[in-house]
Design a protein around this ligand. Structure first.
Ligand SMILES: [Ca+2]
Ligand SMILES: [Ca+2]
Length: 113
């Protein structure tokens, strides 16, 4: 009788354990989605690769010269100072973020050496 009861407790605790694992897995997937959403709205990331780089500034420059078109979402991301106009000030702003990121990476690399 006791063995049956222990077996029942063991089975139910295994079920609780599996439920916790599934919950944690679902939660981590949710966090990944939130993280992806954050990346999707990174201001200055015109090409949508998850980072503000020189290529984003190049795309805006090409847009200003009429060589390429940007989607409405890309235009919002390119408008760094939110003045409703895409101009050289936005290009400079994107480049300064890119240079700042590169400088920070080099600084961290130097500290590690
Ligand atoms: Ca980018
Ligand atoms: Ca602007």
């Amino acid at each position: 009788m006791d063995e049956g009861r222990e077996l029942l407790i063991l089975k139910s605790s295994r079920r609780v354990f599996l439920t916790c694992i599934i919950f944690l897995f679902s939660f981590s997937l949710l966090l990944d989605e939130v993280h992806s959403a954050e990346l999707a709205v990174l201001k200055g990331d015109v090409d949508g690769n998850g980072a503000v780089t020189a290529n984003d500034a190049l795309m805006v420059t090409k847009y200003l010269k009429g060589k390429i078109t940007l989607t409405p979402e890309q235009i919002i991301l390119a408008d760094m100072n939110n003045d409703g106009i895409i101009d050289n000030a936005d290009v400079v702003s994107i480049l300064s973020i890119h240079v700042g990121t590169q400088t920070e990476k080099k600084r961290q690399k130097c500290q590690r050496i």
